[in-house]
Design a protein around this ligand. Structure first.
Ligand code: OXD
Ligand code: MN
Length: 614
């Protein structure tokens, strides 16, 4: 019996296919020892990280870490989806050949964990017992201890999730090797990092980062890219970068569930964690299921569309999180929550943390404060005085249980029936507050033409969208045309169709101010949408969908002028016509785009031609 067998036996890891996989990669990466982890190891691993200086204490039951300064975000250019089928190439998935990328990654990883421990993390990206659990099972191998702690917060972790699989081979093989971060040429022509999902082999090989988005392989690489591919290959499900919420109507006793996609920086986490506005709180309760990923499938027994959040935690952006924007998030990282902060500002003396937008001004007395790179704020030179204290992509990691309004059934095997699917971007002048979409094909069409306005000068012309189809641009696993067909097939098979809508909380006035107050008030247009679906309101038909009349929205307590309200409930026809030409160009890039999507596009274009301008 080898020493490695002894470790696997002691950990109770019995699945023979998992054992072979662990041995293969331990040998290839040259790890000095292996350790199989489960959620119960959290406290011990925290203590080890504190001792080793990989974490610092940030209050009672709160922890702080700093990543290497060139390793603070996902790298889209270095992320590829590899398969053996060239027709899997899409516009956005950076398709590469599987054999070529596997060979390259093996060379990168060979011996790269020498002297280190390789942690074995068996995980499940689903509520236990869920219909999609066979696609949600994986084993991450990592040579980074803090990655283990993040994974324990973001996924269900333990050998029980892999030991008794119906097919012992049906698990995602997810290998993470950090590499020598100081010598990887990040962002230069010599960049040697690669983040590869070998989708048709269900193998993830990530090399060259310990930042969460590149290193927590259950989340984005498995939960989005691999799962999107699996959902398509099995014809069974969709994996989407969606938030998922529940709305309980205390008067009627009914429960509703809404999921939806938003490109980054469009307030998805804030929406997911929203509470009802005070004046509506007696009637409605909003509950949180997830802020980033939803898998959708048709339940065989009821024929209804169901959804669930495969994650077990939140990997949230800290910037601008405060009592006004997202009190729920703040309470999910209270003392005792076990939350881990990454790359915010930290005061080792007082153990306090701070990030831009946490309070309007940074702490007045900057004594002892260190910025995200670990440099003393008080010693900054004049020209560096305005640099942010925290990295703009600094994060907090906390489990779902810590979110105060977590849905009571978030962990239920069944998932929840989906009533509505919404898309929303950050659009300054064209998209109304909400427009309900007529049917599935128009819904998918709307998702495919989702985007965020170019902000940085280099990124494009003012008012021109950087398209981000379904908010999945960085996570597309196969061709966009095939993706659209698969979406039509999965949702189209549901007995009750969800209602689709496009929302926009970000219209601005001439002076740049936001016209709609947003945050908790965003519940109001969503309630209208559910009423529309129930036939309780009619709305007003426009060329691009149905929008609420002013008296149909519950507006008690909303701070908005009649003029601004009128603007956000009106369609700007000339701007829409302009946008249609951009959309045509955008969609033409997708191979095998279903005719139903082109028909939806032409229908909307023809409607706009017939709409009076004004
Ligand atoms: C992302 C994330 O990068 O959710 O989209 O972290
Ligand atoms: Mn995300």
């Amino acid at each position: 019996m080898s020493p490695m067998d002894n470790v696997l036996d002691a950990a109770g890891l019995t699945n023979p296919a998992v054992r072979d996989y662990v041995k293969y990669w331990a040998e290839l990466t040259g790890a000095e020892r292996i350790e199989v982890v489960s959620a119960a190891d959290d406290a011990r691993l925290i203590a080890e990280c504190l001792e080793a200086g990989e974490l610092d204490p940030a209050g009672d039951g709160l922890y702080y870490s700093r990543s290497y300064h060139k390793d603070t975000a996902r790298s889209e250019e270095r992320t590829v989806v590899a398969t053996s089928t060239p027709t899997d190439k899409g516009l956005y998935n950076n398709w590469r050949d599987a054999a070529e990328m596997t060979a390259l990654q093996k060379e990168n990883m060979r011996g790269a964990s020498a002297g280190k421990t390789m942690y074995v993390i068996p995980y499940l990206m689903a509520p236990p017992g869920n219909a999609l659990a066979p696609w949600a099972t994986g084993v991450e191998l990592t040579d980074c201890r803090t990655v283990v702690l993040h994974m324990i917060r973001m996924a269900r972790v333990g050998v029980e999730y892999v030991n008794d699989l119906a097919d012992p081979n049906q698990f995602v093989r997810a290998v993470h090797v950090t590499g020598d971060l100081e010598n990887l040429g990040q962002g230069t022509p010599e960049d040697s990092r690669y983040f590869v999902t070998v989708a048709d082999e269900r193998t993830i090989l990530h090399y060259g980062s310990s930042y969460g988005g590149n290193a927590l392989l259950g989340k984005i690489a498995h939960g989005l890219r691999q799962a999107a591919y699996d959902g398509w290959a099995s014809k069974k499900f969709l994996a989407e970068q969606y938030m998922l919420i529940g709305i309980h109507d205390k008067e009627t006793g009914k429960d509703y569930h809404i999921c939806g996609g938003f490109p980054s920086a469009s307030g998805k986490t804030n929406l997911a964690m929203m509470l009802a506005p005070d004046v509506l709180g007696d009637r409605y309760h909003v509950s949180f299921y997830g802020d980033d990923i939803a898998w959708l499938w048709v339940d065989e027994a009821s024929g209804k569309l169901y959804g669930m959040n495969p994650e077990y935690g939140v990997f949230g952006v800290a910037k601008d999180t405060n009592e006004g924007t997202n009190p729920t998030a703040l309470h999910s990282i209270d003392e005792g929550s076990g939350a881990i902060f990454t790359n915010i500002a930290y005061n080792p003396t007082t153990r306090e943390v701070w990030w831009e937008g946490r309070t309007p001004e940074p702490p007045a007395d900057n004594t002892g404060w260190l910025d995200w790179k670990g440099n003393a704020i008080s010693e900054r030179t004049a020209e560096r005085a305005d640099e942010p204290w925290a990295h703009p992509n600094s994060r907090f990691t906390t489990t779902l249980d810590n979110v105060p309004n977590i849905a009571s059934d978030y962990n239920a095997a069944a998932g929840v029936p989906i009533d509505a699917i919404i898309f929303g971007g950050r659009t300054r002048d064209r998209e109304p507050l909400i427009r309900a979409i007529h049917d599935l094909a128009e819904g998918v069409y709307d998702g495919l033409t989702l985007g965020a306005e170019a902000t940085a000068a280099a990124e494009g012309k003012e008012g021109v969208l950087r398209y981000d189809p379904m908010s999945n641009r960085p996570f597309m696993a196969y061709g966009e045309g095939d993706y659209a067909q698969h979406y039509l097939d999965v949702v189209g098979a549901a007995k009750d169709q969800p209602i689709f809508a496009h929302v926009n909380w970000f219209q601005r006035g001439e002076d740049g101010r936001f016209l709609w107050p947003g945050y908790r008030d965003n519940l109001r247009p969503l309630l209208w949408l559910l009423q529309l679906k129930n036939g309780e309101v009619k709305g007003r038909e426009t060329a691009v969908g149905i929008i609420p009349t002013e008296d149909e929205l519950h507006l008690d307590g909303v701070d908005i002028t009649p003029e601004d309200l009128n603007t956000i409930l009106t369609i700007n026809v000339p701007r829409w016509k302009q946008e249609m030409a951009n959309r045509e160009e955008h969609l033409s890039q997708f191979e095998r785009l279903p005719e139903a999507i082109w028909e939806a596009h032409r229908r909307v274009a023809a409607n706009l031609e017939n709409e009076p301008e004004g």
